[in-house]
Design a protein around this ligand. Structure first.
Ligand SMILES: C[S@@+](CC[C@H](N)C(=O)[O-])C[C@H]1O[C@@H](n2cnc3c(N)ncnc32)[C@H](O)[C@@H]1O
Ligand code: SF4
Ligand code: SF4
Length: 388
């Protein structure tokens, strides 16, 4: 059978991986260095120590939080949980979104109040569009006032009035990443399905002008262009068009292929564990916590995304509820500690078979295998390439 490797990213040489992480840190360095205090540095140091020495218990708070203000989105990018399902889509066809899925501001405040002084950065999105939350600017200000650096990624394809542009500029967002994968509407909309390039350009033009007129250092504005075969010829054209507006950086990276929604153990034929290494195979359970709009915590945004927004969500695929227990308790509860032991030693799943029900089981960081053929052939890149 002609099977496709589990995840395109696992095909990339190690140097690509390292470059991805390193360049991300370089481009977003202000989000980690700005407002750094001794207390936050010690918290971060503790996290690095725990990772390197494979500690199960975490005597510190997550240095980074990723908070899903809302999973809602008005676009349908083919890589995303919001894509239109295809005939053979498995998890993608089970996705369910409704207007009640927004994080309440009072619960959000409790999270910030708890991590204030220890956590260094907060990402305000997961698998949705952060500007779908009507209070995003106030929520960002609240985090910034608590000296957390705020990172937002948006498609920015809205008809924002000038008042909203001013609010965004003054919201305390440290780093705003705008996703644009083309310089013409025809190319752009192949990945940003339902998006309007003219809206994005108009918003960026006014935001840059506002920042300049008011001499604002933040938000740093990054435009990220994902490169695919269908848009490679427009990447440089887009860069030339945007830099004169006054954006702070234009970045590009290879776009993922396939459907993020389908990255879950049930779609993989797992053939072996990855080897046990001297340091854990994944840093996420030591470095960051992802909190969904309803308070459920998950360890990362790379796996099981299709499980999170299915009509019948799999509660086993979460690590506890932060609204009910608080960040520190969930961070040290059994599900998190079990994951730390598992990522520190992937072979543990052979002796502790209940780990097969854990969040990380089947993840390419810990397992070797292939993705089911029907799911692989459903990939958007497959469709884009055959359309050419
Ligand atoms: C789920 S969205 C959340 C925020 C927002 N809705 C947006 O689209 O920017 C996550 C974003 O991750 C970005 N991304 C980063 N690296 C990527 C990669 N290698 N392949 C595909 N998408 C990537 C995409 O641009 C995508 O827009
Ligand atoms: S804009 Fe972001 S959240 Fe919306 S469909 Fe695209 S990737 Fe998903
Ligand atoms: S091992 Fe995989 S699923 Fe688990 S936290 Fe790391 S990236 Fe996420």
């Amino acid at each position: 059978m002609n099977e496709t490797p589990i995840n395109k990213k696992t095909d990339k040489p190690l140097s690509n991986f390292l470059w991805h992480w390193f360049s991300g840190i370089i481009y977003k360095r202000h989000s980690f260095l700005h407002q750094l205090t001794l207390k936050k540095t010690l918290n971060l140091g503790h996290s690095i120590f725990s990772y390197l020495f494979r500690r199960e218990q975490a005597q510190y708070l997550p240095p980074v939080l990723k908070v899903d203000l809302s999973p809602l989105c008005n676009l349908h990018c083919p890589i995303c949980v919001h894509a239109t399902p295809k005939e053979h889509s498995n998890l993608l066809s089970q996705q369910h979104f409704d207007s009640s899925q927004v994080m309440p501001f009072d619960q959000y405040k409790k999270i910030i109040d708890e991590v204030k002084g220890k956590t260094q950065a907060i990402y305000l999105y997961l698998m949705g569009e952060p500007f779908m939350h009507p209070q995003i600017c106030e929520m960002s200000s609240y985090a910034n006032d608590a000296s957390l650096n705020v990172l937002v990624s948006s498609h920015f394809s809205f008809k924002f009035p000038d008042k909203k542009i001013a609010e965004i500029a003054n919201s305390g967002i440290t780093h705003l990443e705008v996703s644009m994968d083309g310089a013409t509407q025809e190319v752009y909309e192949q990945t940003r399905v339902g998006g309007r390039l003219d809206y994005v350009l108009d918003n960026l033009t006014r935001l840059c002008a506002y920042k300049k007129a008011h001499n604002l250092r933040y938000p740093k504005i990054e435009v990220q262009c994902l490169a695919y075969d269908h848009n490679r010829h427009e990447v440089e054209v887009l860069r030339q068009k945007l830099m004169p507006l006054g954006i702070d950086m234009f970045t590009t990276e290879e776009g993922d292929v396939g459907s993020w929604a389908e990255l879950a153990a049930e779609n993989f034929n797992i053939t072996a564990n990855k080897p046990d290494m001297a340091i854990p195979s994944c840093h996420w359970p030591y470095a960051a916590m992802v909190i969904k709009y309803d308070g459920d915590a998950i360890p990362c945004c790379l796996f099981n995304m299709g499980k999170q927004f299915a009509k019948e969500p799999d509660r086993a695929m979460t690590l506890g509820n932060v609204f009910e227990k608080g960040v520190a308790t969930v961070w040290n509860d059994k599900p998190y500690r079990d994951l730390r032991r598992y990522v520190a030693k992937p072979s543990l799943v052979d002796s502790e078979t209940e780990l097969q029900n854990s969040y990380c089981y089947g993840c390419p960081q810990l397992s070797v295998g292939t993705i089911r053929e029907t799911i692989a052939s459903d990939s958007p890149e497959f469709n884009i390439r055959t359309n050419q």
